[in-house]
Structures are given as structure tokens and as C-alpha cells.
Ligand binder design. Structure first.
Ligand SMILES: C[S@@+](CC[C@H](N)C(=O)[O-])C[C@H]1O[C@@H](n2cnc3c(N)ncnc32)[C@H](O)[C@@H]1O
Length: 278
């Protein structure tokens, strides 16, 4: 039997058990191709728990389900993100959506970053909104940032990023909206309070039957999240987004994600941006 660092390789039966739990809990479909990835990511968890094998981990998970499921999900999620990732969406926000909302006479704008990872997306939204309204009367802006992974939410809440995470950003924007660390914080950048106060981080599983928030959002960003969901989970999610979106609002998906063939309740605007059919 092959062992890695003294731990047996993940067996099919153990992989299927974890795969079923992950699918049931958060709609993420782990294909056979993800087996090596699951094994590698869980290895660290096994070491932290001083558990000697994946079979024992499956028992541990069953016995401590409510606490351990959060850690398992934290291990499994893929959190890749960047500030101003897919820049056309931020151009759209600045050039189309915000002017429309401003002219509609709204005194409040609500934006949801669903699957926000470490906060790069909601802070990019907050910076774009701050830039747009810097010489205008700023309406009441609230950006809700949600994710299933508690570790990324904690990082988002802290709003501290290392130089590699911000080095593609426009230098003027970096200076205006981030505080550069000095001394032992050299090499780190902290989002300034004026931007941080626009964003609230909360844990939310998009796979849940219903969501606790009240009211409608003017824009929902859900980018690079549904790639891990199967068709029925996606269809259910689009229905929930439809109900949560203002009639003149926009749903923004990742550049490789489409609603085509999944729902007829949204109209394609361009660049994976959708509006509601009302
Ligand atoms: C690849 S990141 C994308 C981050 C950001 N939206 C972007 O495009 O840069 C996907 C995020 O979706 C989150 N996620 C995956 N399944 C989820 C679920 N069922 N509910 C909420 N968040 C989920 C992951 O934890 C991860 O942080």
C-alpha cells in the first residue's frame, strides 16, 4: 500500500464518502480528477488533528460533524481571486450601472458579492463605487460579501494583503485606498477604513434552501463560484438570485460562466452580465 508521509493514499471508498458529504453540504461536485487534490488538501488537516489515515478522518468527521464540516469545506474550496479581476465588470459598474442607479434617484445602493473569497472582489467594488461618487453626493452604499469558507472571510474582514496580492493594482488607487505597512508590517497593505466600512462579511452557503437577508440587491456578483456546481444546483441558485435582485438590477457571472440553457429568467447584456426579465 502506498503511503505519503506515513499516511495511506486516499482510497476510493473514503473519497466517495467525502465527495458525497461535500456535495450534500455545499453543492460542490468533486469529480474523479479532484481525488489527488482532496488528498493533498486533507493531508494538512489530518496532521493538525494527529489522525493517521483518511478512514479515521471519515469516522472523526461523522462523530464531530457540526464542527468538522466547516474545516472540511475550508480545505476543499478553491479561493483564487484578484483585485479588479475581469476588469470589464468594473468598467460596467462605473460606466453603466452606477450612472443608471444615480439617475434613478436611488438614495441607497445594495451590492452582493456572493462567493467573495478573501475580499478582493468586494473591495474592488467598494473602490469603484468610491471613485465614482468622490465628487458627488454618495448614496447609502452597502456591500454584502459572503462565502462558505470561514478562513477567507476572516482575511477579508482584516483587509490586509501582501504586496504580491496588490502588485497589479493601479498605483494611484493603491495609494488612495490602502495604508502601506511600515516596520514589521513592511510588505503589507491595509484597506483604508473609508472602504472597509462599506463592506460587511458574512458566512453564507449558497446551497442553502433560503437566505437570511432581507430586501433586494441592485447588483449581484457571483463570479467563478458556480463552476463547481452541477446543473440542478445552478438552476436553484439562479431562481434565488432572481428573487433577490431588484427589477432593474444586474447579475454578474464569471467570464467562463453562462446562464444559457439553465434559466430563461435573465436577459444577456454582454460580458457575462445579465438583467432580469420582468
Ligand atoms: C474561485 S473563488 C472566486 C472569488 C471571487 N468571486 C472572484 O471571482 O475573484 C470561489 C469562492 O466561492 C466560494 N464557494 C464555493 N462554494 C460555495 C457555496 N456553496 N456557498 C458560498 N460560497 C461558496 C469558495 O469558498 C471561494 O471562496
Amino acid at each position: 500500500m502506498v503511503t505519503i508521509n506515513g499516511i495511506h493514499a486516499l482510497r476510493d471508498s473514503e473519497f466517495y464518502h467525502i465527495k458525497d458529504v461535500v456535495y450534500r453540504e455545499c453543492g460542490i461536485r468533486l469529480t474523479e480528477m479532484k481525488k489527488a487534490l482532496v488528498q493533498a488538501r486533507l493531508m494538512k488537516r489530518l496532521r493538525d488533528l494527529k489522525i493517521g489515515g483518511y478512514e479515521d478522518y471519515c469516522h472523526y468527521l461523522n462523530d464531530n460533524y457540526d464542527n468538522e464540516i466547516i474545516n472540511l469545506i475550508n480545505c476543499i474550496t478553491t479561493n483564487k481571486t484578484d483585485f479588479f479581476r475581469e476588469p470589464r465588470h468594473f468598467d460596467f459598474l462605473r460606466e453603466v450601472a452606477l450612472p443608471e442607479f444615480e439617475h434613478s434617484g436611488r438614495n441607497a445602493i445594495r451590492i452582493w458579492s456572493a462567493g467573495c473569497s478573501i475580499g478582493a472582489e468586494p473591495y474592488s467594488i467598494a473602490i469603484t463605487v468610491s471613485e465614482y461618487f468622490h465628487d458627488k453626493n454618495m448614496p447609502d452604499i452597502k456591500i454584502l460579501a459572503t462565502d462558505i469558507d470561514t478562513q477567507v472571510l476572516q482575511k477579508g474582514e482584516e483587509g490586509i494583503y501582501c504586496v504580491n496580492e496588490v502588485d497589479f493594482m493601479d498605483l494611484e488607487i493603491l495609494k488612495r485606498y490602502f495604508k502601506r505597512g511600515a516596520g514589521e508590517n513592511e510588505g503589507f497593505f491595509r484597506v483604508k477604513d473609508e472602504v472597509r466600512k462599506l463592506v460587511s462579511f458574512r458566512r453564507l452557503n449558497l446551497h442553502d434552501e433560503s437566505y437570511p437577508m432581507r430586501g433586494h440587491f441592485d447588483i449581484i456578483f457571483c463570479r467563478n463560484v458556480i463552476i463547481y456546481f452541477d446543473a440542478p444546483s445552478r438552476a436553484r441558485l439562479f431562481d434565488k438570485f432572481y428573487d433577490r435582485l431588484a427589477d432593474d438590477g444586474y447579475l454578474i457571472m464569471g467570464h467562463s460562466e453562462t446562464l444559457a440553457g439553465m434559466t430563461s429568467r435573465f436577459r444577456y447584456v454582454g460580458h457575462t452580465i445579465y438583467s432580469k426579465v420582468v
